[in-house]
Design a protein around this ligand. Structure first.
Ligand SMILES: *[C@@H]1O[C@H](CO)[C@@H](O)[C@H](O)[C@H]1NC(C)=O
Ligand SMILES: *[C@@H]1O[C@H](CO)[C@@H](O)[C@H](O)[C@H]1NC(C)=O
Ligand SMILES: *[C@@H]1O[C@H](CO)[C@@H](O)[C@H](O)[C@H]1NC(C)=O
Length: 301
């Protein structure tokens, strides 16, 4: 009897230990790098991954690699159709056993709008918090500075965009053309943009996108107040140029996307799940402490 009790106690202890370790294991984090960058650059995504791991004991952090090498990952950030990238990442997330109970997502620069597409198109496994760090949710109309360190590559991208961002060939291959938003040619943008116009419900409204986006616990939008790389920087908070010119801007609250409630942003705002954060710096130039105080401690723990 006593031996049985001991055994029972031991079994219970093991079960309990297992249970507590499962229930207290931290929510995994998926990160998607920006243009000109890669999954594993020790100066960017590599150090972000380390920073999260250092501050959240035992957390699983997956920095997405698009392709099978760092070189491929970097080049795909320019030349792999975004819809194909979304499909690829969707598969990666669905087959990663560690993510199946849900994950938090952090997208840097263009990775911000790409992860929003994941939230809208791939609800399983569930994305819990989406943190967009300098993402361009209404697109861009200019790259005054090159974010990566490859100026040659950036010049080439600019040339292609100038040649014709909405040219079919360029649309199908050039990532930056797929979120190029020309306010002087709104109709052409809506008709031709294969990625941004789709996720922003510009031509047809896909109810699933709205349903899925509203599942987020929080949508966190970080804008860089001194951003010199994204034009206009208001795009990081869903603002943009009013159609027909490139000076006057509307805010997210004034945008058709919001007023016509095409994405469920109204609901997210009304329920306190939409957060506008800023860093008083240039593009992605936040400090480690800013990241810990505003992102890590508030949304990842
Ligand atoms: C709406 O989006 C979902 C998720 O991506 C997709 O499965 C579905 O085919 C889309 N519906 C239409 C009409 O495009
Ligand atoms: C820039 O990218 C091009 C195209 O991939 C490559 O050939 C070149 O070596 C790169 N330059 C630098 C400085 O990384
Ligand atoms: C957004 O949410 C905030 C906070 O709940 C609220 O004060 C504000 O009126 C909302 N904005 C709009 C346009 O609904």
């Amino acid at each position: 009897m006593a031996a049985n009790m001991k055994l029972l106690a031991a079994v219970l202890l093991v079960c309990f230990a297992d249970f507590t370790s499962v229930s207290s294991s931290p929510v995994p984090v998926v990160i998607w790098h920006g243009m000109g960058d890669s999954c594993c650059n020790p100066l960017s995504m590599g150090s972000i991954k380390k920073l999260i791991e250092k501050n959240i004991h035992d957390v699983y952090v997956r920095s997405l690699e698009i392709g099978s090498s760092i070189e491929e990952d970097t080049l795909n950030g320019f030349f792999m159709n975004v819809n194909d990238q979304i499909n690829m990442v969707c598969q990666k997330l669905a087959t990663d056993k560690k993510l199946q109970s849900g994950y938090n997502a952090i997208g840097f620069s263009q990775g911000g709008q790409f992860l929003r597409a994941i939230a809208q198109r791939c609800p399983s496994p569930p994305m819990l918090n989406l943190i967009s760090v300098g993402g361009q949710h209404q697109g861009v109309f200019g790259f005054p500075h090159c974010p990566g360190d490859n100026e040659t590559l950036c010049e080439y991208v600019r040339k292609l965009l100038n040649f014709g961002a909405y040219n079919d060939e360029i649309q199908s291959r050039l990532v930056q053309a797929e979120y190029w938003h020309d306010p002087l040619n709104e109709n052409e943008y809506k008709a031709k943009s294969v990625f941004l116009a789709d996720i922003n419900q510009e031509t047809t409204v896909n109810q699933t996108y709205k349903t899925n986006l509203q599942k987020l616990k929080n949508l966190v939008l970080v804008k860089f107040l001194q951003d010199t790389m994204v034009e206009p920087r208001e795009s990081e908070w869903f603002g943009y140029y009013k159609p027909g010119q490139d000076k006057d801007l509307y805010t997210m609250f004034e945008s058709p996307l919001y007023t016509e409630d095409k994405l469920g942003l109204k609901t997210l705002n009304a329920t306190g799940r939409l957060h506008f954060l800023s860093s008083d710096s240039d593009h992605l130039q936040f400090t480690e402490q800013w990241f810990i105080d505003n992102i890590l401690n508030k949304f990842l723990k």
